[in-house]
Ligand binder design. Structure first.
Ligand SMILES: [Fe+2]
Ligand SMILES: [Fe+2]
Length: 197
């Protein structure tokens, strides 16, 4: 499945979960659906912020819908965090609805303004390779708790981060890559500076 098809498929899966949440009556059912939704949204955020958006930036430049999109990801994550904290409370229902509204708005813009541009800019084989990387990263993210990356991303958002790519350390942690070690020791300050250049 190519990158655009994969992202759209995941958007529809999120739509279906939101629909199920709206129809659910029991609190435990609502909570289970929310936890599934939160995990999928955090994993979707990871594949877009770490892989897809940077690829778009390289292909299209810092276009406005992309920069707006990454800012919206931060707001969506804050909404996930708030709803997660409100589980079992009266505010849980409306905080999940606020989250769903933000996601709906974001997905509409992404599908109308970003995805068609990248489909024009990349050929099929490149989109297919990108799709494979996205799926791999999504699966890795879904196999761990969503709360740790959510907190880490929120700390970056609060710190004013607006770039589409995460810092090298966070990216390495997220993908399970180890930073290069020299002689079994941690990299020296000079080595770190060289790497940062
Ligand atoms: Fe998306
Ligand atoms: Fe997005």
């Amino acid at each position: 499945m190519n990158a655009v098809e994969l992202l759209k498929k995941q958007h529809r899966e999120v739509d279906a979960l939101v629909e199920r949440f709206e129809k659910a009556r029991r609190d435990d059912e609502k909570e289970a659906i929310f936890l599934e939704l939160a995990a999928r949204l955090v994993a979707h955020d990871a594949i877009e912020r770490e892989i897809f958006y940077p690829a778009c930036e390289r292909a299209l430049g810092k276009i406005e819908p992309l920069m707006e999109g990454i800012a919206e990801h931060g707001l969506i994550e804050f909404s996930i965090f708030r709803a997660d904290k409100a589980r079992g409370k009266h505010s849980f229902d409306y905080l999940v609805r606020v989250l769903a509204e933000m996601v709906k708005h974001h997905v509409e813009e992404e599908e109308a303004e970003v995805l068609p541009q990248i489909e024009d800019a990349m050929d099929e084989s490149r989109l297919a390779r990108l799709g494979e990387r996205l799926q791999e990263r999504f699966d890795a993210s879904m196999s761990t708790t969503f709360r740790t990356p959510l907190r880490r991303n929120l700390e970056q958002v609060i710190g004013g981060r607006t770039k589409t790519t995460p810092p090298k350390r966070a990216a390495a942690r997220a993908t399970g890559r180890k930073r290069p070690m020299r002689g079994g020791k941690r990299p020296t300050v000079r080595a770190k500076k060289k790497e940062a250049r």
